[in-house]
Design a protein around this ligand. Structure first.
Ligand code: SF4
Length: 273
């Protein structure tokens, strides 16, 4: 599989080169169709593939292609599966999120990547960052060109002061950043971003692939970009986002304990009443 592809954005080639030194395979894709083909080439036929929440992955429409080929896709973020109570939340969200982390391959997006190849993510549940680094031999991260940042300083500013506020606003979170548009480093129940991770190399047991697409995908932009481009990124993200599969007041009602008890029972082959 060649990673020497002519993209219109020269920075993509720079990131692909930088990733080589980090034991991460960077692959340039000219468009969404090309990204789909690269993913189908990487994922072995018959492999079980886990999905982390990502509008970039949904935008390139690769999940149906994997299923049509016969791969089992474990997706706790399927907009077609409704969640209306704790049981459906467990079956369609919580349990697939657990199963997805330990499978044959994991596919998701990412918040930002620096020009020297460091991958930055902010996560609420932590399932997505856990899935990126452990539980399977292959991780594939799909990122649009809009996710490339100059360095860690710009990347942390992007994830904390652009992506997190915009993402949480659309999820209806009560966090202060959703009102002001920047991070207050809040503490307490309104804090929605629990985990920040920086991947600097493939871990020994997980081969990481980064597919950099020569299109804008997912949520993320530079404030200096033309408003028209930012609006297009937002529109595409909103079309492909799914609401968090977590019923309201999950912690107040002790539902978190119930969810883990259901998982314990399921591992033993028991069915929750
Ligand atoms: S720490 Fe609080 S204010 Fe900052 S991004 Fe996270 S939720 Fe928003």
């Amino acid at each position: 599989m060649s990673n020497i592809i002519q993209t219109t954005n020269p920075v993509i080639g720079k990131v692909v080169e930088a990733l080589k030194n980090r034991k991460i395979t960077g692959l340039a894709a000219v468009d969404a169709a090309h990204a789909r083909k690269l993913i189908l080439d990487i994922v072995p036929e018959g492999a079980v593939i886990g999905i982390g929440d990502s509008s970039s992955v949904r935008q390139i429409q690769v999940l149906s292609a994997l299923e049509e080929r016969g791969n089992r896709v474990i997706n706790g973020f399927d907009p077609g599966k409704k969640i209306h109570d704790l049981k459906s939340h467990f079956e369609n969200g919580f349990w697939p999120m657990i199963e997805a982390t330990v499978c044959d391959a994991y596919l998701t997006g990412s918040n930002a990547i620096t020009e020297d190849g460091r991958i930055i993510n902010v996560d609420g549940n932590g399932n997505r960052v856990a899935g990126m680094i452990w539980g399977h031999p292959i991780t594939i991260l799909v990122m649009g060109q809009n996710k490339i940042v100059k360095d860690l300083e710009e990347g942390m500013d992007r994830v904390k002061n652009v992506i997190a506020p915009e993402h949480l606003k659309r999820k209806g979170a009560p966090s202060p950043c959703t009102k002001t548009g920047y991070c207050h480093d809040c503490i307490g129940p309104q804090r929605a971003c629990a985990v920040t991770s920086i991947i600097e190399s493939s871990p020994p047991h997980t081969k990481i692939y980064v597919i950099l697409v020569d299109e804008d995908l997912g949520l993320g932009w530079d404030r200096a970009w033309p408003q028209e481009r930012i609006n297009r990124i937002i529109r595409n993200h909103e079309e492909h986002m799914v609401m968090c599969p977590m019923p309201e007041c999950i912690f107040e009602k002790g539902n978190n304990d119930k969810l883990w008890e259901m998982a314990r029972q399921k591992r033993r082959g028991n069915v929750w009443p």
